[in-house]
Design a protein around this ligand. Sequence first.
Ligand SMILES: O=C(CO)COP(=O)(O)O
Length: 127
Amino acid sequence: MADRLRLALIAHDAKKDDLVQFCAAYLPLLERCDIVATGTTGHRISDAYPKLKVRALRSGPLGGDQQIGALIAEGAIDAVIFLVDPLTPMPHDVDVKALMRLAVHYDIPIALNVATARMVLQAHEAH
Ligand SMILES: O=C(CO)COP(=O)(O)O
């Protein structure tokens, strides 16, 4: 693993506020991460926390999930926090599935809700 945690942050629309709030609790740790995010999520995080280093890719429905999947395949991501909305059908569901499939295949921790996201960052903090 690289010195700085290379963290992917993604949230569906109904979960973006939860992700912004979640990040508030881990700002010192997140300041030591290289964060990559899907477009709208990345801009929400950057606007809320200008000190964080966030690289915003395409919006999820326009290829952002696929870009993060490709980074996973290249070995460029250490962990994914992806707050998914289980109640809303998504036009880009296949892209979301593909990202999850690659995270599973490459054995990259992927947190799909806040409870697991806490565990992922706490495990990193403990190192
Ligand atoms: O749709 C998403 C993930 O599937 C998130 O994309 P945005 O961060 O661009 O909203």
